[in-house]
Design a protein around this ligand. Structure first.
Ligand SMILES: CC(C)(COP(=O)(O)OP(=O)(O)OC[C@H]1O[C@@H](n2cnc3c(N)ncnc32)[C@H](O)[C@@H]1OP(=O)(O)O)[C@@H](O)C(=O)NCCC(=O)NCCS
Length: 148
């Protein structure tokens, strides 16, 4: 399977935002000021759009990932979404494999936040060498993958 990575366009902002909102609605268990958080998410996507990649397979848009600029040898992955019709087909694993290989080449550790209740995603990350290092509030784990 060939996965192409291209920069996002303005139309992608709302799509990424919708996934972000869905994830919070599905998994957030901490009492959060929902409206404020959603406004923050939208602004984050808009202001950091150049850090996002859009993944394409066979001419179809299949997903998104943000790679933050590395700080102190650690690169944070954020907003990782595969479009619903394309989930469970190995695309997310292929994207993670690429990221892990590139991070190893650059001697970068990878970090991400994941909702504890998103157990399938936690397992997926564990398969790629991420492990839980910390709690973020009560609802999320911080996971880290040290470089090879
Ligand atoms: C998590 C996600 C990015 C994985 O991408 P994917 O293309 O479905 O992943 P793959 O097909 O390579 O692997 C699927 C694995 O991911 C896990 N998974 C997590 N969420 C899943 C979902 N909604 N549908 C299918 N598989 C999911 C499964 O456990 C599966 O493991 P298995 O092969 O042992 O059954 C994708 O399912 C997704 O976008 N989910 C909703 C948003 C989300 O949870 N993002 C992560 C935020 S931290």
């Amino acid at each position: 399977m060939e996965i192409r990575s291209l920069p996002p366009q303005k139309v992608d902002i709302e799509v990424i935002y919708t996934f972000c909102k869905q994830l919070i609605e599905d998994y957030e268990t901490d009492p959060i000021p929902m409206e404020k958080v959603l406004t923050w998410c939208h602004r984050k996507i808009q202001q950091n759009l150049s850090e996002y990649q859009v993944f394409w397979v066979n001419g179809q848009k299949v997903g998104y990932l943000r790679c933050c600029p590395p700080e102190d040898g650690v690169m944070e992955l954020d907003d990782f979404y595969i479009l619903e019709d394309f989930r469970g087909k190995g695309i997310g694993s292929a994207v993670l494999r690429q990221q892990v290989e590139q991070a190893d080449q650059k001697s970068l550790d990878l970090r991400l936040y994941v909702f504890k209740k998103n157990e399938a995603a936690v397992r997926l990350y564990q398969r790629f060498g991420f492990h839980i290092v910390e709690e973020a509030g009560n609802s999320r784990w911080i996971m880290l993958r040290p470089h090879a």
